[in-house]
Design a protein around this ligand. Structure first.
Ligand code: GDP
Ligand code: MG
Length: 373
């Protein structure tokens, strides 16, 4: 027997028992407060109250979708080498943005619209015949938050440490985030152009923070760089390429597309624009997409140079239009079977979001949660 009563349901969904009893009365089934409800009726009542009990935890649904879309682990047919995805982390002012710009500028043609000044959430460069995608996360906090939500978009972390400043609090946080993500770390000892920097001191500080430099017998390459004079940038790219070759990052362009939203905003002319990184599959114009609380049919795809694309294979950073509302950074996106499926999923998420803000924190999400109360 299903051990839910009007009383326990009322407590669980934060609606008065009287309301639920009235609803049952109107159905022609008057019940007392301690009368049992069957599962179906409990779900129907809570739905009428704007609480979608049937929807299980967000993360489980997303993992299930990924599983469904990729066909599980053993289906690797069609897998190919994909570009490596790199995130740059480090303490504030150690040169992350300058380094990202310097690495990109070699790949930006003179006179390109907006050029280097236009903000982009991710871009791709080619080095020694290999494509590398750089993701500009707004700091390690965002990196950690995205990882906590299962949005592991990074293959390699480049840890920027300013040579004049050494290992600082945010450097340490970045180290622990990278280690928790289990990805290789390459250190860029930046601002090496400055007078009187003490390289040995920086190496020492790295060592005491469990980042033992390769030159001292450890696992971590420490590349001397200057984002301003461009010293060491080729060596940094070369080290990324070597690391990528070692790991052979693979992707399958033949499954339905899914990946992560890096950031999104509303554009005056083009509506919602979202920076996405495709992790698996190929996203095409016309695909019906669910992305966090948003859904829509992909109207246009732009690459990091603002060129229009027809489709985007794995590891491609793109900007897309067509979503109906602005999704959040770290929201997963999925190409769905059709627009109805995408709409239904998005609407139930929004309804749940509303129900949660109405009922306040601690709202049980599932029937199981109620039973465990
Ligand atoms: P972020 O906070 O890590 O993104 O750091 P920024 O890229 O904004 O750089 C902070 C400051 O350091 C800026 O004034 C940069 O011009 C400067 N900077 C960055 N890289 C270098 C470098 O390699 N050498 C020198 N001398 N200055 C640098
Ligand atoms: Mg910056």
């Amino acid at each position: 027997e299903f051990p839910i009563t009007i009383r326990s349901l009322s407590e669980a969904i934060g609606r008065p028992a009287k309301t639920l009893m009235t609803m049952m009365f109107q159905r022609g089934e008057p019940l007392t407060i301690n009368a049992g409800l069957d599962e179906e009726t409990a779900i129907e009542l809570s739905m009428e109250c704007g609480v979608d009990l049937e929807v299980r935890h967000e993360r489980d649904i997303e993992l299930e979708l990924v599983e469904k879309l990729t066909g599980g682990d053993d289906d690797v047919e069609g897998e190919t080498i994909r570009p490596t995805i790199v995130t740059i982390l480090g303490h504030v002012d150690h040169g992350k943005t300058t380094l990202l710009d310097a690495l990109r500028s070699a790949n930006v043609a003179d006179g390109e619209a907006g050029g280097i000044t236009q903000h982009i959430a991710a871009y791709q460069v080619e080095h020694e015949g290999q494509k590398i995608t750089f993701v500009d996360t707004p700091g390690h906090a965002a990196f950690g938050e995205m990882r906590a939500r299962g949005a592991n978009v990074t293959d390699i972390v480049v840890l920027v440490v300013a040579a004049d400043d050494g290992v600082m609090p945010q450097t340490k946080e970045a180290i622990s985030h990278a280690k928790a993500a289990g990805v290789p770390v390459i250190v860029a000892m930046n601002k090496i152009d400055l007078q009187g920097v003490d390289e040995q001191r920086v190496l020492q500080e790295l060592s005491t923070n469990n980042v033992l430099p390769a030159e001292w017998g450890g696992d971590y390459e420490v590349i001397r760089t200057s984002a301003t004079t461009r010293q060491g940038l080729d060596e940094l790219l070369h080290t990324i390429v070597l690391t990528a070759e070692l790991h052979e990052y693979k992707g399958n362009p033949n499954v339905p597309a899914h990946g992560v939203c890096l950031e999104a905003f509303r554009d005056e002319g083009r509506g919602v624009l979202a920076w996405l990184i495709v992790q698996q599959g190929t996203l095409r114009i016309g695909d019906d997409v669910l992305c966090g609380p948003a859904y829509g049919r992909i109207r246009a795809i732009y690459d990091d140079h603002g060129n229009e694309l027809e489709e985007a294979p794995p590891s491609t950073p793109i900007k897309v239009s067509g979503l109906d509302v602005v999704p959040g950074a770290g929201d997963h996106f999925f190409a769905m079977a059709d627009i109805d499926e995408a709409r239904e999923a998005a609407e139930s998420r929004r309804q749940r979001g509303r129900a949660e803000s109405l009922a306040g924190r601690g709202l049980p999400r599932t029937l199981e949660d109620i039973l465990n109360q």
